[in-house]
Ligand binder design. Structure first.
Ligand code: GLA
Ligand code: ZN
Length: 670
């Protein structure tokens, strides 16, 4: 998608709305919904997500009439439709008649009909029925004027360990390895006499079965990603052949470990994701998730497909979003690249396990509520913003490397600590830039690094073929590469590198790691700067390393490895590479990245007090600057002398911008 292009030409504005489940309600309520949607400034709703039985009550009976009526009703009220295929939850009659379609649990035991996402992704019946429904929906609604986007299924996820999947896995492995000898070698199966002598001996990693072959575990994760992606592609290809001009997506789930979303992104026209922060998750951590989703398609704007307007219901404790926070977090998403503000859910159902989940319309049915008023304000503002923001891009000079295979492999490794904290660690490095209001992109091993000046690879335990060469080329051309402890240990099938750690990164880093110490909870060491400028605390893991051609810029302050390098720097070509040998405190990360940013002349566009975020989207060279006050108290940001126009208030701002608690400004220069 070209920069500046809307996701749908039929809806060139920031979409506002959410999940709508009319099949749970009567016709009278539909009319009330349309009225209230208009009142709240709703411009797009997702529908059909769990409507399978309402559309196909029996194998040979189809009932689309209600959906015809809803789509027409939406259109009459100027509301666009994000039309879902209902394949996330098959009808009970289908599970009953085709029980092989049901998913199996971790022990390979077939589930009964229940819940949702309870299908075997390798079931031929599931593929056939979901494909048939996708075809019928696309044929029926291909010309409907309200239709702007296809939403395939809902939140693909989990895994199936049934016999059908076991058989497909064996075929997948034969494709990948060719011979059993090759598989045995790559999985190191001579260990504990696990050598396979026939393909039929290979089983999924079931709870009561083989869970200690790491090569198998990481391959099963890859296989499950491919299996579920094949379900998506099955429906997508059918729909695309019928409506080639309507974009297609599915909703992703943030830091979701079971599926490699980078692979999914390549098959999706636009990224969409459901943002449900954990209790007490900070705005920076939420921003990191938005940036991860933006990175999935190399910077292309994404859709905020779901967020709760008030509270979730599936956490242990579900606090309300404080007044103003819904608006603030909606613009947080937009500031990081979202072209929509969508909620789960429009109206609370009266029954089912989500009846206490936040909704725009509560059980009272009233629009005289705090939440409705906040939603309506957002609707009003988005209308005013028009097409000013859609399609615009962020620009960053910093890339933070993230990899799903590595996440699985690192967590699966037994030792030196149970909890590797991979995701948390990547986020902590990201936050050092976020705190400075310096934008960072989340990138992946197959991303193009050439636009970056700084590339950070925390805990890259698994180094897949080609990555180290790309990093060397990046650094040689003048980039700064930062890598940390617990990197360069295994290859893509989890076999340890024979030339020692950090494996293929050794050359660019100019070091070799001899041992890894694990620190008990609460135990720390110190990182003492060699130039005498201070020392910092570190914890978790500590690499004991030797310099090859790198220099130590800090050393450990205590223990038997006191004096050994803790931070190293290596000039490489026109650039340089740093190694962070332990898990340092935030002050150390701020210091290290502060120095690195300075050396590249990277600075925020505006200086702001801590807790006030600045993020910029660009329309060509025109900056659209978001100022987000994450404090509940007012804050002021000094402007740089130019006159700005605040797109939200329509006012001119010069000198300084004052914001209320949780306030937002969206500034363009005059
Ligand atoms: C997910 C789903 C929705 C709903 C919400 C509740 O994101 O896609 O159907 O269950 O969670 O938070
Ligand atoms: Zn299965």
């Amino acid at each position: 998608m070209e920069a500046g292009t809307p996701i749908s030409k039929k809806a060139p504005f920031i979409w506002h709305g959410g999940d709508y489940n009319p099949e749970q309600w009567s016709r009278e309520v539909w009319q009330e919904d349309f009225r209230l949607m208009q009142k709240a400034g709703v411009t797009a709703v997702s529908l059909g997500i769990f409507s399978w039985v309402s559309l196909q009550p029996a194998e040979d009976r189809f009932t689309f009439e209600w959906l015809d009526e809803i789509l027409d009703g939406l259109h009459d009220h100027g509301i666009r439709a994000i039309l879902a295929t209902p394949s996330a939850a098959q009808p009970a009659w289908m599970s009953q008649k085709y029980p092989q379609m049901l998913r199996s649990d971790e022990r390979g035991v077939r589930n009964e009909h229940r819940g949702r996402v309870n299908y075997c992704p390798n079931s031929p019946e599931y593929r056939r029925f979901s494909g048939q429904m996708a075809r019928m929906l696309a044929e029926r609604y291909k010309g409907h004027p309200a239709l702007i986007l296809w939403h395939i299924s809902n939140e693909y996820g989990g895994r199936c360990l049934c016999d059908t999947c076991a058989e497909s896995f064996r075929q997948w492995l034969q494709q990948k390895y060719g011979t059993l000898d090759e598989l045995n070698a790559r999985w190191w199966t001579a260990f504990w006499s696990h050598t396979y002598t026939d393909w039929s001996q290979i089983m999924p990693p079931r709870a009561q079965g083989e869970i200690h072959t790491h090569g198998l575990n990481v391959d099963y994760f890859r296989f499950m990603t491919d299996s579920q992606l094949a379900c998506y592609r099955n429906e997508r290809d059918i729909i695309r052949s019928i409506t080639p001009d309507i974009p297609i997506t599915t909703n992703l789930m943030g830091a979701y470990k079971p599926l490699d979303y980078r692979k999914w992104a390549k098959e999706m026209d636009v990224i969409a994701w459901d943002c449900y922060p954990r209790p007490n998750q900070s705005p920076g951590e939420i921003a990191f998730m938005h940036d991860t989703h933006r990175g999935l398609k190399d910077g292309q704007p994404f859709l905020l497909m779901e967020q709760t307007p008030s509270s979730q219901n599936w956490q242990e404790i579900n606090a309300l979003k404080r007044p103003g926070v819904l608006r603030l977090w909606s613009y947080l998403a937009v500031a990081h690249g979202a072209d929509s503000v969508l909620y789960f859910q429009w109206r609370r159902g009266r029954g089912g396990c989500e009846k206490l989940h936040g909704a725009v319309i509560e059980h009272s049915g009233s629009s005289d509520t705090r939440v409705f008023r906040e939603v309506s304000q957002i609707g009003e503002e988005l209308k005013q913003l028009g097409d000013a923001i859609i399609g615009t891009r962020l620009k960053s000079r910093v890339g933070i490397l993230f990899d799903w295979d590595n996440w699985h492999a690192a967590d699966d490794a037994i030792g030196p600590v149970w909890n590797k904290r991979y995701y948390e660690t990547v986020c902590r490095h990201y936050l050092a830039f976020y705190r400075r209001n310096v934008p960072a992109d989340v990138v992946f091993p197959d991303s193009d690094f050439s636009q970056y000046d700084v590339l950070v690879a925390p805990m890259m335990y698994m180094v897949k073929p080609g990555l180290a060469e790309k990093v060397e080329a990046f650094t040689a051309k003048g980039g700064t590469f930062v890598c940390t402890y617990f990197s360069g240990i295994v290859d893509e099938t989890d076999l340890a590198f024979e030339n020692g750690y950090p494996g293929p990164f050794s050359r660019v880093l100019g070091i070799h790691v001899e041992e890894i110490d694990a620190l008990y909870e609460g135990q720390t060491n110190t990182i003492v700067m060699s130039d005498g400028s201070g020392s910092y605390s570190c914890r978790h893991l500590a690499d004991l390393l030797h310099l090859e051609s790198a220099e130590a810029i800090a050393t450990y302050g205590s223990d038997f490895y006191q004096g050994m390098p803790a931070l190293t720097r290596h000039a490489y070509g026109e650039g340089c590479a740093y190694y962070v040998a332990s898990d340092p405190d935030d002050a150390c990360l701020d210091r290290l990245y502060g120095d690195i940013m300075r050396s590249h002349g990277i600075a925020p566009v505006l200086e702001a007090p801590s807790g006030v975020e600045i993020a910029v989207r660009y329309q060509g060279d025109q900056a659209i600057t978001f100022v987000l006050n994450h404090h509940s108290q007012p804050a002021t940001v000094d402007l740089d002398g130019s006159d700005y126009h605040d797109l939200l208030t329509g006012q001119t701002v010069s000198g300084a911008l004052s914001l209320d608690g949780y306030g937002v400004g969206i500034l363009i220069t005059h």
